[in-house]
Design a binder for this molecule. Structure first.
Ligand code: COA
Length: 220
């Protein structure tokens, strides 16, 4: 069942460009039909964590924590201003986060995971999260974004494998899925070698706390 049964098949995000690009606004996109719950894209907040982790488990499976990209996230905070949530009627339905890295000596971001809840897919929410993340990253002065994902999806945002041929990840990766986008032309020129995390470290053990909250949410 679609939650947007009275709305167009895809949510109209065409007003996205009008969203003020002052840092970290709360951007709200209303479906065109009246009476429907608002769809909101905004900066992630701490209380999003349990729903975000449940969404990621459902979208990516329990094995998601064994992925090479997870090495860049464990024990780190996302890049400032670059953790985004999509909510519908207050329910978290989409998430994307970006992480500070050094790409062979060049400062860059690693994007992931991106996920949208199964009931809300093909409405343009994934694309809207990607566009907002890319625009924010550019506004914040970042030069390049790396990710590991399906080129068939990410190439529409300009990501390409050719930019990562001289880069390595600290674990197995399919080269065709190791993609990058330059926000500033030439930002990855001469980037050679290992990609390593450079983000701020988490202060406590929030993953334990998040797991406890996820269990509470599941039990409720
Ligand atoms: C990938 C994902 C985030 C897309 O979210 P979404 O809100 O449905 O995306 P959009 O509405 O912007 O785009 C949907 C389109 O992308 C296509 N698409 C989705 N995943 C794709 C993939 N892996 N490869 C190619 N195309 C894909 C859909 O078929 C759809 O095509 P259509 O417009 O012709 O119907 C979502 O499918 C998801 O959460 N998947 C599971 C988690 C995942 O694989 N995340 C990416 C790994 S980092």
């Amino acid at each position: 069942m679609t939650l947007f049964s009275h709305a167009p098949s895809r949510v109209d995000f065409s007003n996205h460009a009008a969203v003020p690009q002052a840092l970290f606004p709360c951007a709200e996109f209303l479906p065109q039909a009246r009476g429907l719950a608002p769809l909101v894209l905004r900066t992630q907040i701490a209380s999003d964590a349990p729903a975000r982790e449940l969404l990621l488990d459902a979208a990516l499976g329990a094995g998601r924590r064994a992925k090479t990209s997870e090495l860049f996230r464990t024990g780190r905070l996302p890049a400032h201003g670059l953790a985004l949530s999509a909510t519908h009627g207050g329910e978290l339905v989409g998430t994307v986060r970006l992480w500070n890295v050094s790409a062979g000596g060049k400062p860059a971001l690693l994007l992931g995971p991106l996920a949208v809840s199964g009931a809300h897919r093909s409405l343009g929410i994934g694309a809207a999260l990607m566009q907002m993340a890319i625009e924010r990253a550019r506004t914040l002065g970042h030069g390049a974004i790396l990710l590991v994902g399906d080129a068939a999806y990410y190439q529409r945002f300009g990501f390409q494998p050719e930019l990562t041929t001289s880069l390595d990840l600290p674990g197995p990766v399919e080269r065709a899925r190791f993609l990058a986008l330059e926000l500033a032309p030439g930002a990855l020129a001469g980037a050679t070698g290992m990609v390593v995390p450079t983000g701020a470290r988490e202060r406590s053990r929030p993953r334990t706390l998040i797991r406890q909250r996820v269990k509470s949410a599941q039990a409720a």
